[in-house]
Structures are given as C-alpha cells and as structure tokens.
Design a protein around this ligand. Structure first.
Ligand code: 5GP
Length: 192
C-alpha cells in the first residue's frame, strides 16, 4: 500500500480536545477570534472551537501562492475587524514557516490585542523561518500527509484520519484506492 494511516480519528479527537481545553483555560475571561487559514484548517478549527465553549468568534482567510519559492498573498480576506481583539491564527500545518511568517506580519499591522498561533501539525525539521507556535497538535517528520483538512491535488481533505503518502508514484497511479480503503463501498470510484 502506498499510503498508511499515521494518526487515527480517535487520537486526533483526543489531542484536539486537549488543545481546546488548554486554549480555553489560557483565554479565560476573553473572547478570542479563531482565524482559520482556508482550506486546510477547516476540520481542525471546527473541532477545536467546539471544545472551547461558547465565547469564541470564528472567521477565515484564504491564501494564494505564487511561483515555487512559497510567496503568498491574500486571496480572500477575513471580514472580522481584529483591532483590539485576541486573535488565534489556526493552521493545519507549519512546514518552512514562510506562510505563517507572512500571515503574522500582516495580522500584526491590524493591531490585535494579542496574536498567537495554533497548528495541528508542525514539521519542525523543515523550518526556514523561525516562527512562534504557541499551540501544536503533533510534531511530525518529513512525510507528505493528507486527510483531516490536508489535500493531495485538492482531494482527501475529508478523510477522518491523517495518512502519509509513502510512495507518490504508486499513489498517483490509483489515488481512488485510498478512498475505497477509508470509505469502503462509498469510496467506490465515481467521476469527479
Ligand atoms: P509553509 O509555508 O510552512 O512551508 O507551508 C505551509 C503549507 O504547505 C501548508 O499550509 C500546506 O498547504 C503545505 N504543506 C506542507 N506540508 C504538507 C503536507 O505534508 N501535506 C499537505 N497536504 N500540504 C502540506
């Protein structure tokens, strides 16, 4: 098999619940804005926010990427005014740190009362830019992961667990095989 499950749904749920409890305690008496980075952070933010109790606002922003060197810009800005607010940026994964570094710089210019980051996954060994990470779900190695928000070619964000692609060439030959493994009958090949 060219893919393997590296974090199962129950383990994800447990870790995200722990993070939510920790964040809720740290933000006690404040109403933070959870700012999710589309699209990868959607499942993580949804589960995190549900574990944090009622005093949470939610918004999203979307990025666009230029070229191969990881330059980023805003494709869809958030609607919430964050001046004077306690902002928690919610990311699926921090790899080189370039995306997060850009976002923190941008958000800082909007003068939030505080700005911190929660990422589900941290590929710490791949870091190019040093970025502060207040909350992290799991530290992982260099493997390419999909599921729970992370995509391969736009697909597989809705896998309930996290999977590593072990052999990209083999996986590309039959990506639908994974859907079949995860979703059984419902994962049978369908036209996109
Ligand atoms: P950075 O700017 O930190 O290098 O990269 C952040 C972006 O790279 C993530 O938001 C994500 O889109 C992509 N990325 C990095 N590692 C992975 C991975 O293992 N799987 C997937 N699907 N995307 C990744």
């Amino acid at each position: 098999m060219s893919v393997t499950e590296v974090v199962d749904p129950a383990t994800l749920a447990g870790r995200v619940a722990d993070l939510a409890a920790q964040i809720a305690a740290d933000y006690q008496g404040r109403q933070p804005v959870l700012l999710g980075v589309l699209k990868g952070a959607v499942p993580f933010l949804a589960d995190l926010s549900r574990g944090m109790g009622p005093r949470v606002d939610i918004d999203f922003l979307g990025l666009t990427r230029f070229g191969t060197e990881g330059r980023v810009g805003i494709a869809m800005d958030s609607a919430t005014s964050i001046a004077g607010r306690h902002v928690l940026l919610v990311e699926d994964i921090v790899d080189t740190g370039l995306t997060l570094s850009y976002l923190l710089g941008l958000l800082q210019t909007r003068e939030p009362a505080s700005l911190a980051t929660a990422t589900l996954l941290d590929k710490r060994t791949r870091r190019i830019v040093d970025v502060p990470l207040e909350y992290r779900g799991f530290e992982i190695g260099d493997e390419f992961l999909i599921g729970y928000g992370l995509d391969w070619d736009g697909r597989f964000r809705n896998l309930p667990g996290l999977w590593a692609i072990l052999d990209l060439a083999e996986f590309q030959d039959d990506p639908s095989g994974l859907a079949h493994v995860v979703f059984g009958e419902r994962g049978d090949r369908v036209a996109p």
